[in-house]
Ligand binder design. Sequence first.
Ligand SMILES: N[C@@H](CCC(=O)N[C@@H](CS)C(=O)NCC(=O)O)C(=O)O
Length: 199
Amino acid sequence: MSTPTLYYFDARARAETSRLLFVYSGAKFNDNRSGFPLAEDVRAKTPFGQVPFLEDGETQLAQSIAIESYLAEKFQLAGSSPTERAEVLQFALVPGDFYAPYFAAKDDAANLKFKEETAPKFFSKLEAVLIKKGGEHFVGNKLTWADISIFNLIDFFHQQHSNLVAAVLPFPTLLAFHKRVAAIPQFAEYLKNRPITRL
Ligand SMILES: N[C@@H](CCC(=O)N[C@@H](CS)C(=O)NCC(=O)O)C(=O)O
């Protein structure tokens, strides 16, 4: 069986949760990071001319959430009942609701509104959910794609410029969760060596 290849830019952005799914499972993968603009030979492989794009044997997939869903199923991180699977997907879709307004904010006022109003409003909901679930996992009683996806979202805030991390600092349960997931040995090793990128 050939080693899977994940194609993306040299950025965390829409590929990082998939990378983290590979990392947690311990499965080897080629982390193909294109320069900008997207290399034409990579674009030509993809169904929509966009990355992320995954090649895993006969399986060829675009759309970040579809790729994450495939990897989560493959590594048994997608939940263990129809309800759990739907709940896991529910959390995996949450980061997109943060990224849309974040990337749409084009001036200082909009950035401030995102940091001081929009993001904290969402984070307060996530904090409440996690407290209700006991503080460890968003779904069930073991680590799933939901945890990895929300970990990556909180981590994104830690990595961004303009002190974006301030938006998550008022939420101790989310901060403790982020710290705990980052300390999982596979993640700790990966995060120590991860390329530092703007996004
Ligand atoms: N809905 C898609 C969006 C994919 C997307 O917008 N990809 C961008 C990078 S984040 C891209 O490939 N841009 C390069 C281009 O269009 O030339 C997903 O979640 O994967």
